[in-house]
Each structure stands twice: as C-alpha cells, then as structure tokens.
Ligand binder design. Structure first.
Ligand code: HEC
Length: 483
C-alpha cells in the first residue's frame, strides 16, 4: 500500500478531495453545449476563490458566493463583460502572470488552462445564471444540493481508514465508518452483516441513541459535513448474504438530518439521559440539540462559538448541564449549558487537544492530544490541573471513559491502546498488536470489551479484564488479502 507521508487522515483526504474536483473539471472539458454557471463555473470558483471571497472574508470587498454579489464586484465594478471575455477584469486577473493575479501568486497555482477556458466560454455565452436558481442563492448550498454521493466500493482496493466505531446496544456487533458507508460486523464470527450507504464520505463519530437509532457525524473534507440519524433496521436489500441499506434516499433508513455544514463534523456526544446531542467540527461551532420530543421535533437548543479552531471532541457532564470540548486551538473548554456561558478554559496542553472526557463525579475533566499527555483538571471556574499521565510515545487521538469501572482508555499514533486508572492516572495496561495509528476506540455497553480501529482498517476487540484480543478483522469489505 502506498502511504502518503502526512500526519493526519483529514489532510490526506483533503488532498484526495481536490484531486477528484480537478478530475471532474477535466471531464467537463469535453462536454458539448452551453457552459452552465452552477455545474461548470461555480465549482471552479469554490475550489480556487471562495477561501478569500466568501461572505465573511470578502477580500477586495468581493463576495463570490452568490451570483448577485459576484456580478456586483468588489472595490471595482462587475468583473465581467457578458459576451466579451477579453474585456472582463476577471479574465485578466486569472490569466495574468503578475503577483496580483487571482488566486494571488503566493497563495496558489494559476488556474489550469482548461478551467480558464470554461470560464471564458461561459462569459462568451453571456455569463448567465442557470434557470431556477435565485441570484441571491448561496452557491455553496446549491452545489451541495447537486452533489450526489458515489456508492461505496463493492470491494475495497485499499484498506479503509477507521475513524469511528460503536458497539450495538446488545454488545454483539460493531458499527464501523467506511467509505461513504457504515458497515455492521457480527463479532461472534467477524462476518459483515450490513452496509448502510451514507452521503458522508467518512464518519467521524457514531453514537447509539436510547431508541436504538444511530447518530453519525461526518463529512467530506473541505466540502461538507453533516449529522444524520439512521435506522439500521430500516428497509434493506440483500446481496451475497449482506443487507444493503440506502441511507442517502430511503426515509426508512435516513431518519433525520440534524446538521449540514460547510466542512466535516468531527465529534458527537449523547447526554446520559439520552435527551441531548452535541456535535462540532471544522467550522468551530458546537451545536446542541434537544432530541427528547422525538425525530421530526428536534430542537436546536444552542450554537456555541467558543473555540478559535477545529473542535475534535465534545463530552456532556454526567448531569447534562455542562459540555466539555477539545480543540486544535490548544485548549479544552467547559461550557455551562444552563447559563450559556464559558465556565473554564484549560490551556495546559500547549498543543492541539484531540480528546476530552469527564469522570462520573462530574468534577474532573481529562483531556489528551498532540503533547502525548493525559491531563486531569478540575471542572470549575477556577479549574486547574491536578495530575498528568505520560506513556504514549505519539499523539493521543481519543480518551474515553469506561461505562461502569473507574477506567479510561486512550488510542494513539504510537499504534497502541492504553487503559488507565481514572482516579490516580496510573497506566494499567498497554494493548499492542495494531500495525498502524489507532484513531477509534469504544467500550461495549456492558463494559466487558474495548474495540479499537486503525488507519489500515484493522479492528481489534479486547477483553477489558485481561487485555487479551478476543476478535480481530479488517473492516474493509472485500479487501484482497495481498497488500
Ligand atoms: C488568497 C486569497 C485570494 C484568493 C484565493 C483569491 N483572491 Fe481575488 N482577491 C484577493 C484580494 C486580497 C483582493 C484585493 C486585491 C486588491 O485590492 O488589490 C482580491 C481581489 C479580487 C478581484 C477584484 C475585486 C474588485 O472589485 O476589486 C477579483 C475580480 C478577484 N479577486 C477574483 C478572484 C477569483 C476569480 C479568484 C479565484 C480564481 C480569486 N480572486 C481568488 C484575494 C484572493
């Protein structure tokens, strides 16, 4: 397997994503007929221009994310002269070789000749907006609406990167995030039972709700993110003994869409009483929903903007009154959900924080991340670090709490999973055997097992009591044995 030498799966996927975009633009080159703004031109703008010319950044006071604001122009006027590409300022700017070309020389490559040709052709044909789209429409939303997720691979050519796993409530099966799908594996014989097609290319967090449905946070890096509720017992077809569920279109499978964001949603938590869900991700926003009235009646309770960078983890306090979060901004934070204010910021890591949890007494938060340390701190307005624990040789991706015993589990880029004493921070056991970075861990509801999943698709089920492996398999359906 060829491995891109990048540290983070998000980065690797981001690159893969932009490669796909250019493949698409290339395919359009050969297309006959008039150029469509929304299908042909807007995707180029989105990829090369929106980063600086969206409604927030508006470089040069120029917002390209609606047709209307695009045609209004910025400091200068309309950058387009319909029918006359050679007189359009926009064409001058994208064809220029000067430092102030668009995108600016220091910020990116010049647009590929075939993309410039598409834009010029569109201007030549009158620079029209497609029928049925309002000039005020948010082009990102319009593009998202038009995008259809590809089906998951029938047989994987490369191992899936496991970024999310969850035991089913009966502790007998494991749900694993795959490529545009969730896969369900029977743990008794490691057999693939179900495949549920998802819009999201990747799942970053999976939680079973009290009614047996699942909430999944995920996305397509750099493109979109979502939180969706699925029913694994919805309508299914059977192929080769595996149940196939359509979580993209079938309403018996896709129960509800809670969130559509402009980039990946990386984490999700369910309050212990099962009434509230929280999710957050790349756009830094933390959303909290009240799901107690049932689907169709979900209420977005609050949207919290408290971090300066990606949010990697959220965790409700046991009483559901506070929410802990961990971020790439090098802090973990505690939000008071009742007073709707920030209670405490823990800055002890001085490096990105990837995971956070809280002890059952609600008094001690535990966070971990790039600095390879587990840090324990008091959950109070004047909180402070009370303990730290070292052991992992590489960054720690997750820290989770055992459902009943005073144990914590962590997983790391050092290819190990560790079990810790929650009270004194001592390392109880190091679980070795993974041959790649371990991103995902989950305890079974009965607390007997710990599951872990890694970058190369390996899943291992460990016996919590003695650390022995009880099952292992690769969660990439149909993957050829030869690697
Ligand atoms: C890295 C940021 C960045 C990117 C990416 C970028 N621009 Fe710009 N753009 C700017 C800045 C900054 C200005 C203002 C320059 C100035 O005032 O001298 C600007 C100005 C413009 C203007 C002039 C607006 C006016 O009315 O004055 C146009 C047109 C433009 N950009 C088009 C584009 C297009 C098309 C793309 C994508 C192919 C793009 N830009 C990508 C930063 C960017």
């Amino acid at each position: 397997m060829v491995r891109v030498p990048l540290r983070w799966p998000w980065v690797a996927v981001l690159l893969a994503g932009s490669a796909l975009c250019s493949a698409r633009a290339n395919a359009q080159e050969t297309k006959k007929g008039p150029v469509s703004f929304i299908n042909d031109v807007a995707p180029i703008f989105k990829e090369a221009c929106f980063a600086c010319h969206d409604a927030k950044k508006r470089k040069g006071k120029f917002d390209m994310t609606t047709y209307e604001s695009f045609r209004k122009g910025g400091d200068n006027e309309d950058p387009i002269v319909p029918g006359k590409p050679e007189e359009s300022n926009l064409v001058f700017l994208i064809e220029s070789d000067r430092a102030d070309r668009m995108p600016p020389k220091k910020n990116g490559d010049k647009l590929a000749p075939e993309k410039i040709a598409i834009i010029k052709q569109w201007i030549k044909e009158g620079a029209k907006l497609d029928e049925g789209i309002s000039p005020k429409a948010d082009l990102l939303k319009e593009l998202r609406r038009r995008w259809q997720p590809p089906p998951p691979p029938v047989a994987y050519k490369f191992p899936v990167t496991v970024t999310a796993i969850a035991f089913t409530p009966d502790n007998r099966k494991l749900v694993v995030g795959g490529q545009h799908e969730l896969t369900v594996w029977n743990l008794a014989d490691a057999k693939l039972e179900k495949r549920l097609h998802t819009r999201a290319e990747r799942a970053y967090a999976i939680r079973f709700l009290h009614d047996g449905k699942i909430a999944v946070a995920g996305g397509r890096p750099g493109q979109e993110g979502d939180v969706r509720i699925y029913d694994l017992n919805g309508k299914a077809k059977t192929a080769n003994g595996v149940a196939i569920l359509d979580g993209v279109h079938d309403k018996s499978v896709l129960v509800e869409v809670l969130l559509e964001a402009d980039d990946s949603v990386l984490c999700l938590d369910l309050s212990e009483d099962g009434k509230k869900l929280a999710a957050a991700g790349v756009d830094r926003l933390v959303h909290v929903w009240d799901i107690s009235a049932g689907f169709g009646k979900v209420k977005l309770e609050q949207t919290i903007e408290n971090h300066a960078d990606w949010v990697f983890a959220v965790k409700f306090s046991p009483d559901g009154k506070k929410l802990l979060s961990a971020s790439r901004d090098k802090t973990a934070k505690v939000w008071d959900l009742e007073k709707r204010e920030s209670l405490f910021t823990f800055s002890g890591h001085q490096a990105p924080v990837y995971g956070v949890t809280i002890k059952p007494d609600g008094k001690i938060g535990v966070s971990a991340g790039e600095d390879r340390q587990l840090r324990f701190w008091t959950v109070a307005s004047n909180g402070k670090q009370v303990r730290n624990a070292a052991g992992h040789g590489e960054p720690i991706f997750k820290v989770i709490r055992h459902p009943s015993q005073p144990l914590l589990a962590t997983c790391s880029a050092d290819k190990t999973v560790r079990i810790w004493n929650q009270d004194n921070g001592s390392s109880i056991r190091t679980l070795t055997g993974h041959t790649d970075w371990v991103y995902a861990i989950a305890f079974s509801g009965d607390g007997k097992y710990l599951a872990s999943g890694s970058w190369n698709g390996e899943i291992k089920i460990w016996n919590v009591a003695d650390g022995k492996i009880v099952k292992e398999f690769n969660a990439s359906p149909g993957l050829q044995a030869a690697k």
